[in-house]
Design a protein. Structure first.
Length: 738
């Protein structure tokens, strides 16, 4: 009987130790998923952001103002038309002159900042413009001249070119033998005139080499004087390598077709573009590509090869897809997919990453169907998510759909697109989208669509545009507790995360039903809200509670329980228990810490916290806890506090006593004798249920006195200690749960 009384006292001590921890400590809503620091992630390339786009939104908000560099020559053309700087014909003329090297960049606003130096979009725009029957003859003649300089017609090439085997000795040939200098001058004159001079004056200006890759015939035309130039021959050989690599990669897709290709290095080699590809007659012509040495001198070899692969994929598009014309209607998928598939050929080149800043800046307000090269990251995601083969099928459907609206509908109809587009935005904003070469495409920070501030109850409204990667910063004002739910979803897709955890993709979730802001600081969330429907969607949040919770900076820091105060605290507990008249003398050793931090969270730790009874029996408790708190200088509310007891040890002399409880039964062993009885005292796991309670307190410079209801005061002393972080969570390998 005496042993059972001792056991009862032990259980009271263990209960008091756990209860004290629970009543005194404070932490967050779900400590099991709490992260006290940003999770580590694999190193990734990051980008310095350009200024966000200021494209207006339908509800009147806009991103931060800022100028963005022009993406392409075609964008500069359209900007000049829209601003009244030039007519369409005037803009085409001056930009084509710049592309081939006849017009300095100083005469063209913004052209020096062009990101993409391909002229494919500009050339296709020119070809479409020339189809108009109403052009003035003089304007038509000049534009045709400029086009023929860049891409000589096949009949001209046949007349002024000679095939040269790649294995043959260097030689020159000409229709009419001329001195070297004179021949070169004539060839340059012929080019500058658009090859419309008298055929009697023509000379053999080009040599070409021919190779076959995957049943397609590839010719590379180059100025005849390159035949004796080592740099020129190296460029030709490197270009053949790029064509072969690309043809081999593209041939693995059964739905893609590639016919014959003519790649030309123009006689005039001082152009301001990397290259261009143009419309051609599929039945009678080879696909024309023009490349300038500028691409090779500006870029390293891998990036140069990717440029060749990009332009060659435009040939594939023309040979394979139902529609590629007009360019302006199809450019969003043509350029984005050419970036993606060229990266499949050269996964480590990553030339397309030069558009990352532009995508980040534009994407919060601009549809991916209104971008060109910038949306490469979307096609990368699509290739990852659906596979490259399925992406080809999707492009076939989109190409065949018709105009922009029909293409948008076709894209929206792809299985799972509504949730996958939102997932794309989340990946881009958090872990990043995995590149074909294995790196993560992401930015160090991100432009946003807009910002909301939540301070009171009421609706928080968002208007969502289709296929826009819309994301919002939402600030929940300091020292408050908010309850919220979806009010209007309207086919929009939602993912959100606390801003500081945005890099951890696993932290993203549905709309948080409860949010607690921080002490003296707002809490920011990042919400990715997207839609793929063909009109604006509404997503509204109903904030049903905005409860005030004040904070006290005096609490910040770490506190250790005062042994004498804890002894008196335990004696008050003992006085309420039936100990059978046994006299109790307690000794306290070890530590029981509380740590209050600035973000409104509190952590506890019991470190070999020992309670000895009558110099005979010692209880040793180790554990930790976490929760949230708010305080106003007099009253402290501890919310969702979760206590975890790692271990409880009991010693009597050299003997050991263990205690276990299962449901309503308890078992224990004392000095090797086993007992069982109806359960007495606390369940050691009871603290694993989050607790919320309020206590009064007095905080001074070095002391913290907490007054428990019915149990009186408990004193803590300030100490210079930082608790281990992160605190292990229940269920983790580091936690031994009772």
């Amino acid at each position: 009987m005496h042993r059972l009384k001792i056991l009862l006292i032990i259980l009271i001590i263990v209960s008091a130790g756990i209860a004290c921890s629970t009543q005194s400590e404070n932490n967050q809503n779900n400590p099991a998923s709490e992260n006290r620091g940003s999770p580590s992630a694999e190193p990734t390339a990051t980008a310095t952001l350009a200024s966000p786009s200021n494209t207006p939104l339908p509800d009147g908000e806009a991103g931060e103002n800022g100028e963005l560099p022009p993406v392409s020559y075609d964008e500069i053309l359209q900007t000049g038309i829209d601003s009244g700087l030039w007519t369409e014909g005037e803009g085409l003329t001056i930009l084509m002159k710049h592309v081939i090297g006849e017009e300095p960049q100083a005469n063209i606003p913004g052209v020096a900042q062009v990101v993409e130096k391909s002229a494919t979009g500009l050339v296709r725009h020119l070809q479409e413009y020339l189809e108009s029957p109403d052009l003035a003859p003089q304007s038509r003649t000049e534009l045709e001249r400029l086009f023929r300089i860049l891409i000589p017609p096949q009949d001209v090439l046949d007349a002024i070119s000679e095939q040269l085997s790649s294995a043959s000795a260097p030689k020159r040939a000409s229709i009419r033998p001329l001195p070297d200098t004179q021949t070169q001058e004539i060839c340059l004159d012929l080019s500058g005139l658009g090859y419309d001079s008298d055929a009697e004056l023509m000379a053999s200006c080009y040599f070409y080499q021919e190779r076959v890759f995957n049943n397609s015939n590839f010719r590379i035309y180059y100025p005849y004087w390159w035949e004796e130039d080592e740099a020129g021959q190296n460029l030709v050989n490197t270009t053949f390598d790029a064509l072969a690599d690309s043809a081999n990669t593209f041939s693995t897709f059964s739905a893609l077709r590639l016919g014959n290709v003519n790649l030309i290095f123009p006689i005039q080699n001082d152009g301001n573009t990397y290259g261009a590809q143009a419309y051609f007659d599929l039945d009678s012509q080879a696909c024309p590509l023009t490349m300038y040495p500028l691409a090779f001198t500006d870029l390293n070899t891998d990036k140069y090869k990717q440029v060749v692969a990009h332009e060659l994929f435009h040939c594939v598009q023309d040979y394979s897809f139902p529609n590629t014309k007009p360019y302006g209607t199809h450019s969003w998928w043509m350029e984005g997919s050419a970036d993606y598939f060229s990266n499949l050929v050269y996964p480590q080149a990553d030339l397309e990453w030069e558009f990352l800043n532009l995508f980040d800046s534009k994407s919060p307000n601009v549809s991916i169907l209104d971008m060109t090269y910038e949306n490469f990251v979307f096609f990368q995601f699509m290739g990852n998510k659906y596979s490259p083969e399925v992406l080809v099928d999707i492009l076939m459907r989109v190409s065949a759909a018709g105009g922009r609206a029909a293409q948008e509908t076709a894209l929206a109809g792809v299985q799972g697109m509504d949730t996958n587009f939102n997932r794309f935005v989340v990946e881009f904003l958090s872990s990043g989208v995995r590149d074909s070469g294995g790196k993560m495409i992401k930015t160090s920070s991100s432009a946003t669509t807009g910002q909301r501030t939540v301070n009171e109850k009421g609706e928080v409204q968002f208007t969502i545009q289709p296929f826009v990667a819309m994301r919002f910063n939402v600030d929940y004002k300091q020292e408050k507790r908010f309850l919220q739910n979806e009010l209007t979803q309207d086919e929009a897709q939602f993912s959100g995360v606390e801003y500081k955890l945005r890099g951890d993709i696993s932290a993203w979730s549905d709309l948080p039903p409860e949010i607690r802001s921080e002490c003296k600081k707002d809490v920011r969330y990042l919400y990715a809200i997207t839609s793929v429907k063909d009109s604006y969607a509404n997503y509204d949040i109903d904030v049903t509670l905005a409860e005030k919770a004040e904070c006290d900076p005096c609490l910040l820091g770490t506190w250790d329980v005062d042994p004498e105060s804890y002894k008196a605290f335990m004696e008050r507990i003992m006085a309420q228990a039936d100990t059978g008249g046994m006299a109790i003398n307690l000794e306290i050793d070890g530590h029981q810490y509380l740590q209050f931090v600035v973000d409104g969270k509190v952590y506890s730790q019991r470190e070999d916290f020992a309670i000895t009874i009558n110099d005979q029996l010692t209880t040793i408790i180790n554990g930790f806890g976490s929760g949230s708190y708010s305080a106003n200088g007099e009253e402290m509310t501890v919310s969702n506090f979760l206590d975890v007891t790692e271990s409880v040890g009991l010693k009597v002399g050299n003997g050991q006593i263990t205690y276990n409880k299962d449901g309503s039964q308890a078992s224990f062993s004392i000095f090797g004798t086993d007992y069982s009885s109806p359960a007495m005292g606390p369940d050691l796991n009871a603290g694993n249920t989050p607790q919320t309670r309020s206590v009064e307190y007095v905080c001074e410079q070095d002391t913290l006195n907490i007054t428990m209801p019915d149990l009186g005061d408990l004193l803590f002393n300030r100490v210079d200690k930082i608790l281990p972080t992160p605190i292990p969570t229940p269920g983790s390998p580091d936690v031994v749960e009772p």
